[in-house]
Design a binder for this molecule. Structure first.
Ligand code: SF4
Ligand code: SF4
Length: 416
């Protein structure tokens, strides 16, 4: 059921170059091969067979963040994100990988396919983080010896996942929604999901958390494995019954954008994919469009920074909803971090595979935060939030990074 890796839409590119100033990787290297236009030319070479799969081609493809800033600016509506997914799927079988890296990749995608195993691993790691073992291991030098220190340092603080089931509305019921909890977000962003659940039920929504849901498939889709992505989508389509649901809400825009693409990707095999995709909404969009009881939120006289993740801005195109939603908090003022919309460098697994580029792209965001002097930053995507929070820590700044729903949940007034 995985759609074929089709590159024929590269023909839509007229090579005008209007996308170049908006491409963060071209902005860094000034190398045409790292620009959208250059990558499209490389894909055409790959498609015609004129260009073999070699180190240079792979480098230019791998450095692409799939931020889709180019797609948003393109007058010819070149579907760049879809083309990059297709190109990566096309080169994957020819990519030279060490046996260890191949095994790690198989193990990682296998874990995404088995949410129960992922949760067991998360439980073990949670114990590691909370029992004092982490402190001991970090100070023993073992991580440096095994060259695992950089990876371990990126391990997010893991949380107890939300239980599947039905959660009743508080007061008169206004409707029913389903909450997508996903894979990494279900253990690293579980507290955010708890806050979303609290807000939704408080506004009168019954919330369904389907039991057999799992990874949205974005990681596999963007890393050359559309078959795994399709398998994960199939499991989610079976787990969610969209009938009677007002929306399927997601608290991570990186997942939301993949879920919203289920219709385009899988409708041919699964007619219900389109119905599912039509109901996908980022939590902020859902909440911003609802009526809120007067006086539900306490005042917070503060100016905060808002980060618009690429997946929310260019993918879902729902980033504007965050601002009126936050404006419901009396006294709260917002300022947009990086108004140019350039990627923060997190970009899914990119932060692990291209750490130097990820750090370089994050730097201007951190400098802007320093200049703004804010104490709070909100971001709607967990990968971006973790990446920015790491940069903030390294820069010695004291800025709390939250999801917008966490900020709102903190301002909830009891008894209203
Ligand atoms: S991708 Fe679009 S904007 Fe970029 S060069 Fe091609 S046609 Fe022009
Ligand atoms: S998706 Fe982002 S990084 Fe990739 S070519 Fe387009 S603008 Fe550049």
């Amino acid at each position: 059921m995985a759609p074929e890796a089709d590159l024929k839409d590269t023909d839509r590119c007229v090579m005008c170059g209007l996308c170049l100033p908006h491409c963060p990787t071209y902005g860094l290297s000034r190398d045409e091969g790292d620009s959208p236009r250059g990558r499209i030319a490389l894909m055409q070479g790959l498609d015609s067979g004129a260009l073999p799969v070699g180190e240079r081609l792979l480098g230019h493809l791998d450095r692409c963040l799939e931020c889709r800033a180019c797609e948003a600016m393109c007058p010819s509506e070149v579907p760049f994100g879809r083309l990059m997914d297709a190109a990566r799927a096309r080169v994957e079988p020819h990519r030279p990988r060490r046996p260890g890296s191949r095994r790690l990749r198989r193990w990682g995608f296998g874990l995404l396919r088995r949410p129960r195993r992922l949760r067991t691993l998360a439980r073990v790691l949670r114990y590691y983080q909370r029992s004092g073992l982490q402190w001991l291991v970090r100070h023993s030098g073992l991580l440096r010896l095994l060259r695992l220190a950089p990876l371990e340092a990126r391990l997010p603080r893991l949380q107890r996942p939300l239980a599947a089931g039905h959660h009743s509305a508080v007061g008169p019921m206004r409707g029913r929604v389903a909450l997508f909890t996903g894979c990494v977000e279900s253990v690293a962003g579980a507290d955010t999901q708890r806050d979303a659940l609290r807000l939704l039920t408080r506004l009168g929504y019954e919330v369904v958390i389907p039991k057999n849901q799992g990874c949205c498939g974005a990681l596999a889709q963007h890393n050359g494995d559309p078959a795994t992505a399709a398998e994960l989508a199939r499991a989610n389509l079976a787990a969610f019954d969209a009938t009677g649901l007002e929306a399927i809400v997601s608290t991570a825009s990186g997942c939301g954008v993949q879920l919203a693409a289920y219709g385009a990707l899988y409708e041919a095999d699964y007619p219900r994919a389109a119905d599912f995709a039509d109901k996908v909404l980022d939590i902020s969009s859902f909440l911003a469009a609802r009526d809120w009881p007067q006086g539900l939120l306490q005042a917070r006289p503060e100016t905060i920074a808002v980060h618009d993740p690429c997946t929310l801005r260019h993918g879902l195109k729902q980033h504007r909803a965050v601002y009126p939603l936050l404006a419901r908090v009396p006294g709260l003022k917002t300022v947009t971090l990086n108004t140019t919309g350039a990627c923060c460098g997190a970009a899914g697994s990119h932060v692990l595979t291209q750490p130097a580029q990820a750090e370089a792209l994050r730097r201007p965001h951190i400098e802007q935060l320093r200049a703004l002097g804010v104490r709070t930053l909100v971001s709607s995507n967990i990968g971006c939030a973790l990446h920015l929070a790491a940069g903030i820590r390294e820069a010695g700044l004291e800025i709390e990074v939250l999801h917008p729903v966490t900020l709102l949940a903190r301002q909830l007034r009891e008894g209203v």
